[in-house]
Design a protein around this ligand. Sequence first.
Ligand code: ATP
Ligand code: MG
Length: 355
Amino acid sequence: MSDSNASSLPHLPSSQSQAQAQGAWAPQPKSSESRTIIYRSDVMSQLMKMIERVAPSQANVLVLGESGTGKELLARALHEKSTRKNKPFVAINCGALRETLLESELFGHEKGSFTGAYSRKIGLAEAANGGTLFLDEIGELPLSIQAKLLRFIQEGEIFRVGGKDSIKVDIRLVCATNRELDQEVVRGAFREDLFYRINTIVVSAPPLRRRKEDIAILVNHFLNTGSPTFLNRGKTIDEEAMAILTKYEWPGNIRELQNVCERLQILSEGHMIMINDLPDSIRNPEVKDEGLDFDPLIPLYELEKRYILKALGHYGGNKTQAAQGLGITIKTLYNKLHEYGEFEKYAVHSKPVKD
Ligand SMILES: Nc1ncnc2c1ncn2[C@@H]1O[C@H](COP(=O)(O)OP(=O)(O)OP(=O)(O)O)[C@@H](O)[C@H]1O
Ligand SMILES: [Mg+2]
């Protein structure tokens, strides 16, 4: 992004002058965590222009992208640039909670509605009233709650668990997923009607390997931010070392880059980071030939099934390890096994195996 473009972006806090000079947008930070979106690539400039256009509307937005690409940051940007910015931004990870807990977390519950419901609880949807509700990992939402969410989107009302009266709630919904939701619809794991309600506008966060122009500016940003307690901020990086960081493919995207920079801030000896300071995995990344050619006879669903069963075999049937290795939640793994009719086979507990 050019400087002239950058300076036309609104809401740039003066403390972000370095970022501003190179193209960045930041909402007013509410905590020590940086919410500045750093970019200079054309693809991100286009995306941020789209965010500018979409944010003031009331449209529900679906943010797609691989893990660590900045989906939550974009969701927050949508909120901060909307007319709802002075109201709450409430985030919930739909994959993190069991079905019953998730429902009460989202919609609240009345006292005595289930064992342990000792008092009335206001759900996150209600708490977000007037603001934005961010449903992260929406692909993990159980079907029963999908039905309730759909009802809420259509009617603008919720029922607390065990509650008889409907409660009007006005929220803007932003959802995110790193899964192919349309495929989930085809498989019957995600309701089609809900899919069309949440994806009025789709925003795709590109993986870092598709916007390598952003790497240098991100590295400089991360080396200049972070916890002041270590007094390691403001490190610089040697040109050759930067070239290696730029060449690397960053499968974990910006989150991985941020972690590496944090480590470099703490562990590198001098003020300037040199090639030798870089982790070996980045200097000599494994070049993997997946040996995977497209075969029109194998649908994606079948390939996924084979891959999942292979992972289970690799980990001696240990589902926790397999889910970790596959980068999915244990709940998703269970769901998949049920779908494949393989659940019984793997229902027996097995001990973790060494990787
Ligand atoms: N463009 C950016 N500029 C600065 N920091 C960024 C940028 N994009 C992402 N980050 C930082 O990278 C980290 C990962 O971002 P975020 O949590 O938004 O990604 P995500 O797509 O939601 O990841 P996941 O799928 O793992 O939940 C965060 O610490 C975030 O602040
Ligand atoms: Mg996230």
